[in-house]
Design a protein around this ligand. Structure first.
Ligand SMILES: [Ca+2]
Ligand SMILES: [Ca+2]
Ligand SMILES: [Ca+2]
Length: 437
């Protein structure tokens, strides 16, 4: 469960301090205080270099080499009470045959525990679906009951609504071995977040009529813990959903406008900020949306709005990176420390960040880092799919399973987790804040 942090005040405070530093820098020549003058010179130097030193410090490094066994890492979450980082590894990267059987891998994929030093251990091999003989553990989050809830994406094995939401029963931070099917009938289960007693997950492929411009649809589904608690437990059957916009649990469905590489995959990454606002984006075209809770804390379709129109964007050109358009939102992660939502951009091998905005406003995503087409072994981004902050690092899982139109051209194990120093991330954010003034 993501804690609701009261970070707005803190962030506002940091913004004021930053503004004060800028004022000093501008007046540095006239100030006798030596420290202020040195600080001013450093800042001028950075500006002359286009922030080169700021961006160089934010170069990703290899946080974990997952070896040849765990090659397609995806969802991550950290337990609030224990600080344990859980990582799902569906291992889609290497499959064979018509039934998409995973090669050199357990068919169920894996749940790993990742430690602060980048070492890890396998906690669970997921049990497989009777329909497909596979399991595809992707997005996950800790529920208020202390159990892990998991998106089991079966879409690559079976497009006949075989995806599920699973409950990994936990005790003392470790799986007991029991895994229950809580929801079934999902089409492409992808991202997940708990907000209080409400679970939200994205289904990236909902049934819809398509034409030349609208090529797909995805949506966000919501369940309360009260609805879920008995589902799949003992003799109780799972809850069945329809992967359609008119399902009673579908809070919002958004069509995918054809753009760039023409990918029709809808809602993917999803996260919640400290005000309980839900942020999600489309994998296929990079559109970003928000669902604002109403005064009673309810989430309704009329409060779901587009906050980033990828069709009418100007390519991003700041920093030392190639011009980039945001046309792919994979995982999203809200970090209270910076008050930023991070977007994993699988298409551009990039990590973006934006500040949450009030209802009616638009977001302004900015590139924190972008890598070339790499194998990820030096920590470069190799199709980043999920991000999380742990122990002074922004950590990104590298999916490394190329689709058409992505910068990543080659599946090249071992699987990798990249990381950027958190202080360096903050300095990049400060740099952009200055440029925007
Ligand atoms: Ca995803
Ligand atoms: Ca790789
Ligand atoms: Ca690669």
């Amino acid at each position: 469960m993501k804690k609701i942090f009261w970070a707005m005040l803190l962030t506002f405070g940091i913004a004021l301090v930053t503004a004060g530093c800028n004022a000093n820098a501008n007046k540095a020549d006239n100030v006798n205080d030596q420290e202020s003058a040195v600080q001013g010179e450093n800042q001028t130097e950075q500006e002359e270099q286009g922030g080169e030193s700021v961006f160089n410090a934010a170069k990703p490094f290899l946080f974990a080499n997952l070896g040849d066994k765990y090659y397609t890492p995806d969802g991550m979450t950290i337990a609030d009470d224990t600080g344990i980082l859980y990582l799902n590894v569906p291992n889609f990267g290497n499959m064979e045959g018509d039934k998409k059987i995973k090669k050199d891998s357990e068919q169920g994929g894996y749940l790993l525990q990742v430690n602060k030093d980048g070492t890890f251990k396998e906690l669970l091999v997921y049990p497989v679906s009777e329909v497909t003989g596979q399991c595809g553990p992707m997005g996950l989050d800790m529920g208020p009951d202390g159990n892990l809830y998991v998106c089991d994406n079966q879409f690559f094995h079976n497009t006949d609504y075989a995806s599920r939401i699973l409950r990994v029963v936990m005790k003392d931070g470790q799986p007991t071995g029991e895994v229950q099917v809580v929801i079934e009938g999902v089409h492409l289960a992808n991202g997940m977040v708990w907000v209080g007693d409400k679970l939200f997950y994205t289904d990236s492929v909902l049934d819809t009529e398509t034409d030349d411009t609208c090529i797909g649809m995805g949506g966000v589904f919501m369940f309360t813990m009260n609805e879920l608690k008995d589902a799949g437990n003992g003799d109780n059957p799972p809850i069945k959903v329809n992967a359609k916009a008119d399902d009673s649990h579908c809070v919002v469905a958004e069509k995918v406008v054809k753009l760039g590489r023409g990918d029709n995959t809808g809602a993917d990454g999803i996260t919640a900020d400290s005000n309980g606002v839900i942020w999600f984006g489309n994998f296929g075209n990079g559109f970003v949306y928000a669902i604002y809770p109403d005064a009673d804390g309810n989430y309704k379709s009329e409060n779901a709005v587009n906050v980033f129109d990828a069709l009418n964007q100007t390519p991003f050109t700041a920093g030392p990176f190639k011009p980039a358009s945001l046309q792919c939102c994979d995982g999203m992660f809200y970090d209270a420390g910076t008050n930023k939502v991070f977007i994993d951009d699988s298409q551009n091998n990039a990590i973006w960040a934006f500040t949450p905005v009030a209802q009616g406003e638009k977001i302004k995503p900015e590139v924190i880092w972008r890598s070339d087409d790499t194998d990820g072994m030096d920590g470069s981004l190799d199709q980043p799919c999920e991000a999380i902050v742990m122990d002074g690092k922004l950590i990104m899982a590298c999916f490394d399973w190329p689709f058409p139109g992505l910068d990543n051209s080659t599946f090249d194990p071992p699987g990798t987790l990249s990381a950027i120093d958190y202080e360096a991330v903050k300095k990049v954010i400060e740099y952009y804040n200055k440029q925007n003034q």
